[in-house]
Design a protein around this ligand. Structure first.
Ligand code: HDD
Length: 682
């Protein structure tokens, strides 16, 4: 355990080392440390007789197995996580006394868990859903958790409605259908009858809901927090994560297919990237509003269904998160990690955002059930890297052995310790916001505008994103069986945009809105469209389709060239083993056509080979057309070029052919583009 001044980026890993066990090459023992001579046969009365009660090894092994499941998270059950480091770019002392943000270059160990929200623990990664992005900073002042989502707003304004939205979104209770999907009656019935959800639903229908990778999504703390500095001056703050690789999404047809071909798609992507040394990076940004400007906006800054447009309140980048180490054990680390937006450090405080206030209760409460008692903070992944001292004792699975007979405050027997720490010595003291009011169950009128920002979002979308949103509404609401609910949804979104509602109505057999009270907002925000994001080919994955008799020299040069651009690739052919080139060079095959699929690649590169069987031909045609349909870059060289010609793809947008450095350069640019939306796809 470290004392405060020793905390550095390695502190968490050093701490975890003490708990790691390597069972390989060891002798088998029971949990009591007893070496066992047999592990496959239970103790029986005679070779064909019944098992004996005294078989402690059988009992221990099976009992442990019988108890191996814990409740999955009620939301965000499906997830994956990694360790990393957060580095502060510049001191934020002016705004916050949080020590981990107080010095340029300061490094803090972190653990980040990504998740989908609605699906069960075994559900597919690429469903249409919000994604969670929760980070635990192991700071010298204790754990700070930033529990964020990949959309900047929420469905509801008050924590008391969280059970309602989640019940409506989860599989329906009578038949537990559908899994990990909002495309059903109860969700849309909730939406139509809780119109504060309009803004987030627009985000949910957009490409943001099917990210290409956890490495390529933004995230947002959503709730308004406070920064408090040494002088006690507070500012309102919102947190943002901005991925270095830009924000990129799948297309819907692809996302659905991936859910079958590789349900672990996003999990695998993160794990593989980290194993390869392609460490995901995200910059932390903050939007800051002075307390005096609390009422300066045309929305309430405490309303979690509203974002603060970046054009009005710029995002200042203050540090960088790098994920650089996979977990050793999924259950011990990823499953047992327990986040809580109420885990704060001095200098970070709450606002009266009613959703945040609700969250502050829920997270500890849920861990008590999920992790089986009040000592979950002692589970290795959850421990702060500074020692904790207080008078809490006992409870299930207590690990620490607290010495002495005093476990109360105040006392004289232990000199009144552990002693509270004054604020100026680093003790947490809540910001002394002045509040007074009657006890009411009422919301301020300033929370009542549900459509202006939904319209701002719509206005900010490119044509491609708008079409995605129309298609998503048509699929989701079109899957609703109750036609009155469908109509209610159409009528509701006419308040956002009449053309949107009309297009959806036409697709789903509802009546186009007649007397729409369409929002009059004309403003747009560049920051909201993914079209304006960073573009790079780095870490993208190319499927290389190749067969025996390929042209070694050209192809090896190209593959090296792509690698040098940070692009990764997998060799796909008809059979496993090696493919051999005309000059005798060979490449190991990673996948046959049947063990992978074009939806699992960012781009396809066809090389072909002099030997092309019918099977090779048929599959190459499928791979090319599927990639083309999903707007992906396609490259071809040597024998591969004739496949382009056969499929009438040559000369199309985002289709590159040729050889040598020019081809490498052009193909890299095409890959960096992510998708070629201007392509004509029939
Ligand atoms: Fe929550 C988990 C993010 C509102 C109650 N939430 C959870 C996780 C994320 C978020 C990323 C997964 C953490 C992990 O990986 O273990 N939640 C959010 C955001 C919200 C939000 C960004 C809106 C600003 N949540 C919210 C409300 C409530 C909860 C309003 C309840 C009143 N959330 C929970 C929970 C979970 C949870 C039930 C389930 C598992 C857990 O906490 O540890 O307590």
């Amino acid at each position: 355990m470290h004392e405060q001044e020793n905390v550095n980026e390695k502190s968490k890993q050093d701490q975890l080392k003490n708990f790691k066990v390597d069972d390989s090459k060891k002798e088998l023992t029971t949990n009591q440390g007893l070496k066992m001579s047999e592990d496959e046969l239970s103790l029986t009365a005679g070779e064909r007789g019944p098992t004996l009660m005294e078989d402690f090894h059988f009992r221990e092994k099976v009992t442990h197995f019988d108890h191996e499941r814990i409740p999955e998270r009620v939301v965000h059950a499906r997830g994956t996580a990694a360790h990393g480091v957060f580095e502060t770019y510049e001191s934020m002392e002016k705004y916050t006394k949080a020590k981990f943000l107080s010095k340029a270059g300061k490094k803090t160990p972190v653990f980040t868990r990504f998740s989908t929200v609605v699906g069960f623990r075994g559900s597919a990664d690429t469903v249409r859903d919000v994604r969670g992005f929760a980070t635990k900073f192991f700071t010298e002042e204790g754990n700070y958790d930033l529990v964020a989502n990949n959309m900047p707003v929420f469905f509801i304004q008050d924590g008391i409605k969280f059970p309602d939205i989640v019940h409506a979104l989860k599989p329906e209770p009578h038949n537990e259908v559908p899994q990990a999907s909002g495309a059903h009656d109860t969700f849309w019935d909730f939406v139509a009858n809780n119109q504060e959800s309009a803004h987030q639903v627009m985000w949910l229908m957009s490409p943001r809901a099917i990210p290409r990778s956890y490495r390529m999504m933004e995230a947002f703390g959503i709730n308004t927090f406070r920064f408090v500095n040494k002088e006690g001056v507070a500012h309102f703050v919102k947190f943002h994560w901005k991925p270095k690789l830009g924000v990129h999404s799948l297309v819907w047809d692809e996302a659905q297919k991936i859910a079958g071909k590789d349900p672990d798609y996003n999990r695998r992507d993160l794990y593989d990237a980290i194993e390869m040394g392609n460490f995901p990076e995200y910059e932390l940004g903050v939007q800051i509003i002075e307390e005096k400007d609390e009422f300066a906006f045309d929305f309430d800054i405490l309303d979690p269904t509203k974002l603060w447009p970046e054009e009005d309140v710029p995002v200042t980048i203050i540090g960088k998160l790098t994920l650089n180490r996979n977990v050793d054990n999924f259950f011990s680390e990823t499953e047992q990690v327990a986040f809580h937006p109420g885990h704060v450090v001095p200098g970070i405080d709450f606002s009266n955002d009613p959703l945040l206030q609700g969250r502050l209760f829920s997270y500890t409460d849920t861990q008590l059930l999920r992790l089986g008692g009040p000592n979950f903070h002692e589970i290795p992944i959850n421990r702060p890297v500074v020692q904790f001292y207080n008078n809490q004792r006992e409870g299930f699975h207590r690990q620490t052995i607290n010495k002495g007979k005093v476990s109360y405050h105040k006392n004289s027997l232990a000199d009144n310790t552990p002693s509270p720490v004054p604020e100026d010595k680093g003790g947490y003291a809540h910001y002394q916001e002045k509040v007074d009011g009657r006890k009411v169950r009422q919301r301020s009128e300033s929370f009542n505008d549900h459509f202006s920002q939904a319209k701002l979002f719509w206005n900010s979308m490119s044509d491609r994103e708008k079409q995605h949103i129309i298609d998503a509404f048509s699929f989701e609401v079109g899957s609703v069986k109750d036609i009155t609910v469908r109509q209610q949804v159409v009528d509701m979104f006419a308040n956002v945009d009449r053309d949107l509602a009309t297009a959806v109505a036409q697709n789903i057999g509802a009546t186009p809105p007649e007397n729409a009270n369409e929002s009059t907002v004309t403003k747009s925000s560049k920051a909201l469209s993914q079209m304006n994001t960073a573009k790079t080919a780095e870490t993208r994955k190319v499927g290389v389709i190749i067969n025996n008799g390929f042209s070694d020299k050209d192809v090896v040069e190209i593959l090296h060239g792509l690698n040098a651009e940070g692009i990764t690739y997998e060799i796909i052919s008809e059979k496993q083993g090696a493919v051999t080139g005309t000059n005798g060079g060979s490449l190991m095959v990673d996948h046959t056509f049947s063990t992978t699929d074009p939806v699992l690649y960012d781009a396809i590169y066809v090389v072909g080979g002099s030997v092309a069987s019918n099977v090779f031909h048929k599959n190459t045609t499928y791979y090319l057309n599927e990639a083309f349909k999903h707007y992906k870059p396609i490259g071809a060289s040597n024998d591969g070029i004739r496949f382009l010609e056969e499929n009438n793809l040559n000369g199309s947008i985002g289709v590159v052919e040729g050889k040598g450095p020019t081809f490498i350069k052009e193909f890299t640019l095409a890959i960096a583009e992510h998708r070629h939306w201007n392509r004509k796809v029939v």
